[in-house]
Design a protein around this ligand. Structure first.
Ligand code: PMP
Length: 432
């Protein structure tokens, strides 16, 4: 098995480091697939749908199973050794996750089911308690429905107005758009760090600065960034950051919300019930300390332990190395797609500006047909609106195909897609 020659570095994401490292990455070699049982057992599959959900390495599957075999008991609900150990296992992951995104304290890490739940929590709890008629919530047209519908709903309930920032044709937000749309009425700005369709990385630091200048809270949807780049919530300067475990190799059903302590302290809980109280009387209840105030009911402790194993797996490879490999892969993917004259790519023209994702269409062929025919060549891609219907409308299409990479992909996976697309074209157009 070929190994990659890359010296791991530490520190926050830096595009010049990434670009430099990606040049020495050997995408023909693949030292990673063997870590992922589904991929190792099905070498014929080209899995290019990691933006929807990633595969899990054996270490994550083992950690989850180990929890049930060795520690299974309800964390927080017991005073016996097993339960104390289960609680410690969950607490350890909270610390790992805090470090993973450079948060100050594990107490500010709330475990949720997914990014959707984390964003709903911010919208319902923060939005629901601060927004007044005439206030504005600013998002972009490229948001996933999870960072759009919760804001639509809370705006409807409070009388606030939802304002959209629009990018240019390639998906880039201009300074002018940011400054014009985030005005004095803005109370909350919530933006995806990376678009799940266009693959662009939004200028979150700049957006955050503008939001704060105007006295607005700044929330980042990190569902498509946390799996692919160093996230440093302090460097971004955001007030809250949401992501899902399952897109970064951990089990489904585990998500994270980080928010600044003073904000979490002010926010009312979204769910109430067991585990989230300090005391209860017939008429009232006192909430538990952070983060438990937001974690009502029994948590998916095995899933949390799996998330911890996923963070360990990423750290063992090094985010710099992963990011560089994915950068080389997505660049190759976009370049190869752009050489097919029957394919239209959405998002940046420069292949290097795509983060893990390339959306495209095959001229005159419905994306669902493209995906179904590709499946016959064992190529897994996504087709549809990608939970971004307002973006589709803005782009003037109903749906697109989307290929997305993770570090376990290689050149062969992409070549398989490209030859599959040539077959798709031939099915509909003959061999002309
Ligand atoms: N935001 C973005 C940008 C996404 O890509 C996704 C998942 N496709 C989500 C939010 C929602 O993630 P989940 O379904 O894990 O809650």
């Amino acid at each position: 098995m070929t190994t990659e020659f890359v010296t791991p570095t530490t520190g926050a994401s830096n595009t010049s480091t990434r670009d430099m490292l990606s040049k020495v990455i050997d995408i023909e070699g693949n030292p990673y697939k063997r870590d992922f049982p589904l991929l190792a057992n099905n070498p014929q599959i080209s899995f290019l749908d990691s933006a929807a959900t990633a595969q899990r390495p054996k270490s994550v599957l083992d950690a989850q199973r180990d929890f049930y075999e060795r520690l299974n008991s309800n964390p927080l609900r017991g005073l016996y050794k097993l339960s104390v150990e289960a609680t410690a296992a969950v607490d350890e992951v909270r610390e790992k996750v805090a470090k993973f995104i450079n948060a100050d304290s594990p107490d500010d890490i709330v475990f949720t089911r997914n990014a959707t739940e984390s964003l709903n929590l911010m919208a319902k709890s923060l939005g629901g308690s601060i927004l007044k008629p005439g206030d504005e919530v600013v998002i972009t047209i490229m948001e996933h429905h999870s960072n759009l519908i919760p804001w639509q709903q809370v705006c409807r309930q409070t009388g606030a107005k939802l304002v959209y920032m629009y990018p240019d044709k390639e998906g880039f937000l201009s300074d002018e758009e940011i400054e014009t749309k985030i005005g004095p009425k803005a109370k909350i700005v919530s933006v995806a760090q990376v678009s799940n369709v266009l693959g662009v990385e939004n200028p979150v630091k700049k957006i955050g600065e503008r939001a704060h200048q105007q006295g607005a809270y700044f929330i980042v949807d990190g569902a498509q960034s946390a799996p692919h780049m160093h996230v440093d919530v302090k460097d971004i300067g955001c007030d809250a950051f949401a992501f899902s475990g399952h897109k970064m190799f951990s089990p489904m059903g585990i998500g994270v919300l980080w928010a600044r302590k003073n904000i979490l302290e002010k926010m009312p809980p979204m769910l109430t019930g067991g585990e989230m109280i300090e005391s209860v009387t017939e008429d009232d209840a006192v909430w538990a300390e952070l983060p438990h105030k937001f974690e009502a009911g029994t948590q998916d402790a095995a899933g949390i332990v799996g998330l911890g194993a996923a963070v360990d797996y990423i750290n063992s490879i090094g985010m710099d190395r992963m990011e560089a490999r994915e950068h080389a892969l997505v660049k190759y993917l976009a370049e190869q797609l752009s050489q097919l004259d029957f394919v239209r790519i959405f998002g940046p023209k420069d292949p290097a500006q795509h983060t893990a994702v390339v959306a495209f269409n095959v001229c005159g062929i419905h994306p669902h047909d493209v995906a179904s025919i590709l499946d016959a060549s064992d190529v897994c891609i996504r087709a549809g609106h990608h939970c971004a219907m307002p973006l589709m409308t803005w782009m003037g299409v109903h749906s697109t195909c989307r290929a997305s990479v993770a570090m376990y992909n290689d050149k062969k996976d992409i070549d398989q897609l490209i030859s599959g697309l040539k077959k798709v074209w031939a099915v509909f157009n003959g061999d002309k």
